[in-house]
Design a protein around this ligand. Structure first.
Ligand SMILES: [Fe+2]
Length: 349
């Protein structure tokens, strides 16, 4: 079992990542957490911020009661703030929210208001064991490639994803908001998470059509599992209309979707690819689920990452969310191959 204690090497990594995010002497920051946060992460943030001379306040929320019909894990939608006015107003008064909530504020309902203050940026320390953070530490040199990938997505009209297993998906990217992070940001409103390293787009309405065939070794990051058998998925006008497969993975996929009783849970949320050279498929076999938030696997270099659930840009809201990274896919933007059989190509490689 991995121990969770402050180690000098982890404190040094937290100092480096905070500095990369523009935190230094006198920077006003808030370390936000909840009662179910991983204590060692809060402690490392506190000590690193002290060493850097930041102007720090620490806010801890009680973890809210569960409201969903099934367990909700690894969504990036923290409910920890619970609309609390005192906490929201405080977060609008700092330059950086260092976010140690279990799920992170990226898709939290309160974030747009906090971002709208024109001042605050977000650094999400995802709920991983520090050993995972150590291996996936963001570095300044990762920035330009991730920026290039996001730019290529922005300029493209169409994404086509194919694979030997039978995936053939077409995504209309026109007007789709594109984003991603290398794990650091220094501008107001910026959103960074550690681990970082992904490029993604949120397709608009009637934009996603085709077939996705997931195979052995692909992952479901809500369950934090590798697939042991195929799931054959049909997507028509942004919604999953068929989920075929006899194995346990397809069964759980269908069951979890059905539990929401919400058509929007079947909608496509985001599509993109990972770029973190420190991320490894195999590391999921080497940690307990409690050690992982599984953000590393959203950033696997050359993976095709697609997801189901909320897509605010297509006007769909739901709490159900799957992030689903796939191996061995080919991704083309307007016919230009950026990932070939699961390997980043050209300037992205
Ligand atoms: Fe997601």
């Amino acid at each position: 079992m991995l121990q969770e204690r402050v180690e000098g090497k982890w404190l040094a990594a937290f100092r480096r990542v905070m500095a990369l995010n523009g935190i230094g002497k006198g920077t006003p920051i808030a370390i936000l957490s909840e009662t179910q946060s991983r204590p060692v992460l809060i402690h490392l943030c506190e000590l690193a911020a002290y060493d850097l001379g930041a102007d720090v306040c620490m806010i801890q929320m009680p973890t809210p009661p569960q409201s969903a019909p099934v367990p909700v894990k690894s969504t990036g939608t923290s409910w920890a703030l619970q609309g609390n006015r005192a906490a929201i107003e405080a977060l609008k008064q700092v330059d950086v929210v260092v976010d140690c909530t279990v799920e992170g504020l990226i898709h939290a309902p309160e974030w747009p208001e906090i971002e709208g203050s024109g001042r605050t940026r977000l650094l999400v320390i995802t709920n991983e064991h520090p050993e995972i953070l150590e291996r996936t530490e963001p570095r300044a040199e990762d920035g330009p490639k991730v920026e290039l990938g996001i730019q290529m997505l922005r300029e493209a009209s169409e994404m086509r994803v194919t694979s030997a297993l039978g995936t053939d998906l077409t995504v209309d990217l026109r007007g789709a908001p594109c984003g991603g992070t290398a794990g650091f940001s220094t501008k107001p409103g910026g959103v960074a998470h550690w681990p970082g390293g992904l490029c993604l787009a949120f397709p608009g309405q009637s934009a996603v059509n085709g077939r996705i065939v997931m195979g052995v070794g692909d992952m479901n990051l809500t369950f934090k599992t590798f697939l042991s058998g195929p799931i054959d998925i049909t997507v028509e006008n942004d919604f999953i209309t068929k989920i075929r497969g006899d194995g346990i993975d397809a069964l759980h996929f269908r069951e979890y979707m059905e539990a929401w009783g919400d058509r929007n849970a079947y909608g496509i949320s985001h599509v993109g690819w990972g770029m973190n050279t420190g991320a490894r498929w195999v590391s999921a076999t080497m940690y307990d689920k409690r050690d992982m938030q599984a953000v590393e696997f959203r950033a696997l270099p050359g993976s095709f990452l697609w997801s189901t659930g909320a897509n605010q840009y297509a006007g769909r809201y739901t709490l159900g969310h799957f992030d689903l990274p796939m191996r061995n896919c080919t991704i083309a933007l307007d016919g230009r191959v950026v990932v070939k059989d699961g390997v980043l190509q050209g300037d992205l490689a």
